[in-house]
Design a binder for this molecule. Structure first.
Ligand code: IDP
Ligand code: MG
Length: 136
């Protein structure tokens, strides 16, 4: 199904200058960039995006990390965009992410795992609303 997803290169990906290489992977499989912006995540956006994790031991560190420096926010579209992006990203923990995936190739530890991607079309709609409020 044609769908949209929200993907975000986290501060470690930006500070390590991996933006181009990572975006190239999404373009290579045939997904389309609908929005692309270098920005800082506000504390309000971080709290909204990670609401499901509030109260977990890693929550405070996660919010601190995602607001610690510039990120690249994007909306990608295409056939099964949500699942395709999650597959390209790899497992949440770089330790478990297969070589060839973004987290497997650019990450080392869970505390700086390179990239965020929506986990369902419903999450995508919610997250696009958080980060691109003017996107219809
Ligand atoms: P996902 O990003 O693959 O969807 P989630 O379980 O939704 O994974 O976790 C959201 C984010 O929270 C992860 O990408 C990672 O940055 C962070 N995170 C999750 N679990 C841990 C943990 O145990 N320690 C540190 N950070 C974590
Ligand atoms: Mg998640």
């Amino acid at each position: 199904m044609q769908e949209k997803t929200y993907v975000m290169l986290k501060p470690d990906a930006v500070s390590n200058r991996h933006i181009g290489e990572i975006i190239a992977r999404f373009e290579r499989v045939g997904l389309n960039l609908e929005r692309l912006e270098l920005a800082n995540v506000t504390p309000e956006q971080a709290a909204a995006n990670y609401a499901e994790h509030e109260g977990k031991p890693f929550y405070e560190g996660l919010v601190k990390y995602i607001t610690s420096g510039a990120v690249v926010k994007m909306v990608l579209s295409g056939e099964d965009a949500v699942v395709i992006c999650r597959k390209l990203m790899g497992a949440t923990n770089p330790k478990d992410a297969a070589p060839g995936t973004i987290r497997g190739d650019f990450g080392l530890v869970m505390d700086a795992n390179v990239i965020h991607g929506s986990d369902s079309p419903e999450s995508a709609q919610r997250e696009i609303g958080i980060f691109f409020p003017d996107f219809s």
